[in-house]
Design a protein around this ligand. Structure first.
Ligand code: NAG
Ligand code: NAG
Ligand code: NAG
Ligand code: NAG
Ligand code: NAG
Ligand code: NAG
Ligand code: NAG
Length: 567
């Protein structure tokens, strides 16, 4: 009795744990969910879903028509929509160098009462992922390795209605599975065979929460099932329910083909084919078959092991000119037809554009936060793609072996208040900083002088005070404009309009002219004094010139300005 109690208690503990905690790294976002309904536990999976309120700017949300609610699980019910601006992005925190299954789900469900299904583009970071046309439930799945500590998923209005999204899910995958030398893998389909009425299989049966569907057309197939345990442990870990069923062709001698279409025709694809021998073979029985993909041998011959999972795939993708054919044929010595439990097919997506330098992104986000800048298009990646460049920025894309960097920040006439943001110093590649025509107060910070790439700083027409730091005023390659700051004191040796543009050149010329003039004056004075001494102290001719030299040396020459003349 005691033992049973303990077991029951342990069971309870396990259920509580499953209830309150998603599997490691699972991210479940119910888009458009209101804050007070978040989080909740989805009944079928016991996974916890949370609102997207902190992940996007848009506050617009909706709910699908009541008639659909009974047909779909709860995460589908609410919708986040994006009437403006053109691009809206989700920022999801990820683990670096982790491969994720990313699933975005769209179900229009007449959420806006207009009965018009929009279409729009979906981006993964700076790259186009796919076009979404969400007449019925649309699910986009991609296996993508996160290179940075966050990932942007963006919806882009293409003029065919308001973009929207219902669910966003991320699941970490095994790094050794679904490998490709380049690009990411977009799912085309994922089927399991032998149980046409089995319905969709997902988490918790599938540890990665992949969705496995039975294809509706299985009339030409004979199902095979087992009640025994099937070992599913390999890099791909398919669900046991998927591997406990299989199918063989009705016509045992004919070739069995699985076909799919790829668009465009030169698309490269990766099939993953799952087998297990579920029948107990007699001593006189054998099952062996060949497998051909696009006319080429695909790891033949195959003889699935009893109740263990074999996953067949290639290390390199296959290109099949529009229509891909996978052909399974019994070998001449085999007594039994081919068998197949499941198949997944992915296509290779090349994502050539890289995200902006991560430190620059952090820096510009900090600046945005400091000034509470409400710039609608400041979403997604700041620099790429170029058509969505953030307003007020210019970026350097010239070296395609490195990430783009931010080189211009123009926040002139942006109603900025407070002090010059410390966060600016994190923009290490900045060449041009324009904060003119705002209401900035406080001092001109010293750190601007340490930013080695800065060439132009425009702080004109603000309410800055204190004095311009010497280090900044004396920077040689930097143009500084601090005009129109009535409270700003310009110390000796520095100028409030130091070295800027045409004005700067003019001022520099004036400075040089003044220095030359005063030098001339000095020399003339010295000569005059020398002359006078010679005349006054004729007797002490020997001492005279020495003391005159002394006097000349003692004159306070503006050393700093001399260095400027030498330029
Ligand atoms: C979705 O709509 C497009 C055109 O708006 C149409 O071509 C396509 O057949 C529709 N798909 C479904 C499943 O209704
Ligand atoms: C398959 O071929 C073998 C001989 O190659 C024949 O004996 C058998 O009847 C054939 N089976 C079917 C179902 O056609
Ligand atoms: C295999 O042997 C069994 C009897 O042990 C027999 O009933 C069956 O027909 C044989 N099958 C083949 C393909 O020869
Ligand atoms: C980088 O740029 C060079 C020259 O502009 C070009 O030849 C090369 O293909 C580019 N590389 C990539 C990966 O875009
Ligand atoms: C300065 O900003 C104000 C509004 O903040 C604007 O009306 C004005 O045109 C700007 N002046 C210049 C020179 O940009
Ligand atoms: C600095 O800003 C002012 C006002 O926005 C502008 O008139 C001026 O041309 C700018 N100077 C430089 C060097 O960018
Ligand atoms: C400028 O700053 C001073 C304090 O440093 C403040 O008294 C004054 O009102 C400010 N002027 C404007 C136009 O904001």
């Amino acid at each position: 009795m005691k033992k049973y109690c303990l077991m029951a208690w342990q069971m309870f503990m396990i259920i509580v744990l499953v209830d309150s905690q998603n599997p490691n790294g699972f991210i479940n976002v119910d888009c458009g969910l209101s804050g007070y309904e978040s989080p909740y536990t989805e009944l079928m999976t016991r996974l916890t879903y949370t609102t997207d309120a902190d992940l996007v700017e848009s506050r617009e949300s909706g709910r699908i028509d009541k008639i659909f609610e009974t047909m779909y699980p709860r995460p589908y019910w609410t919708v986040r929509s994006f009437p403006k601006p053109e691009r809206n992005c989700y920022k999801i925190n990820t683990e670096r160098e982790t491969k994720y299954l990313i699933r975005a789900t769209f179900l229009y469900g007449n959420y806006d009462g207009r009965n018009t299904v929009p279409s729009f583009d979906l981006y993964l970071g700076p790259n186009l992922w796919t076009m979404v046309e969400a007449n019925s439930t649309t699910m986009e799945v991609i296996h993508h390795t996160a290179s940075q500590s966050s990932l942007q998923i963006c919806l882009v209005n293409t003029g065919s209605g308001t973009p929207f999204i219902n669910v966003l899910e991320l699941r970490p995958l095994n790094l050794d599975a679904y490998t490709t030398p380049s690009g990411s893998l977009k799912m085309l389909f994922r089927w399991y065979l032998g149980n046409p009425d089995g319905g969709m299989i997902r988490y918790p049966s599938d540890v990665y929460d992949r969705y496995w569907y039975p294809p509706s057309q299985q009339k030409h197939l004979i199902p095979i099932t087992t009640t025994l345990n099937v070992d599913t442990k390999n890099d791909y870990n398919p669900p046991e329910t998927v591997m406990a069923t299989a199918a063989t062709p009705r016509d045992a001698n004919a070739s069995w083909t699985v076909e799919w279409i790829v668009e465009p025709p030169n698309t490269q694809c990766y099939p993953y084919v799952y087998f297990s021998e579920l029948q107990t073979l007699g001593a006189n029985e054998t099952r062996e078959f060949t497998m051909f993909l696009a006319g080429a041998d695909f790891h033949s011959p195959i003889s699935p092991g009893p109740l263990i999972t074999t996953t067949i795939f290639d290390r390199l993708p296959t290109q099949c000119d529009g229509k891909c054919v996978l052909e399974l044929t019994k070998t001449s010595t085999s007594t039994l037809p081919p068998v197949l439990s499941a198949i997944e097919v992915y296509t290779v997506m090349d994502f050539p554009l890289v995200e902006t330098n991560e430190d620059d992104v952090t820096g510009i986000k900090d600046v945005q936060g400091t000034y509470e800048l409400n710039k609608l298009n400041w979403q997604g990646d700041p620099c790429t793609p170029r058509q969505f460049l953030w307003e007020g920025l210019k970026c350097d894309h010239s070296d395609n072996s490195t990430r783009p960097t931010i080189i211009t920040l123009d926040l002139s006439s942006s109603g900025l208040t407070g002090v010059i943001a410390e966060a600016i110093r994190n923009l290490a590649h900045l060449q041009h900083l324009d904060l003119s025509n705002n209401s900035l107060s406080g001092g001109v910070p010293e750190f601007l002088a340490d930013m080695s790439s800065l060439l132009v700083i425009n702080l004109s027409s603000n309410n800055l005070s204190g004095s311009v730091p010497q280090t900044l005023a004396q920077k040689k390659r930097m143009k500084l404009n601090v005009e129109g700051n009535p409270l700003l004191i310009c110390t000796t040796g520095t100028s409030c309009v130091n070295k800027q543009g045409k004005d700067g050149d003019r001022i520099k010329n004036v400075v040089i002219a003044v220095v030359v003039a005063s030098l001339a004056l000095l020399i003339i004075t010295a000569l005059l004094i020398l002359f006078l001494y010679r005349h006054k102290r004729r007797p002490s001719v020997v001492e005279g010139p020495r003391s005159n030299m002394q006097e000349l040396d003692d004159l306070p020459l503006p050393i700093g300005i001399y260095s400027e003349i030498s330029l």
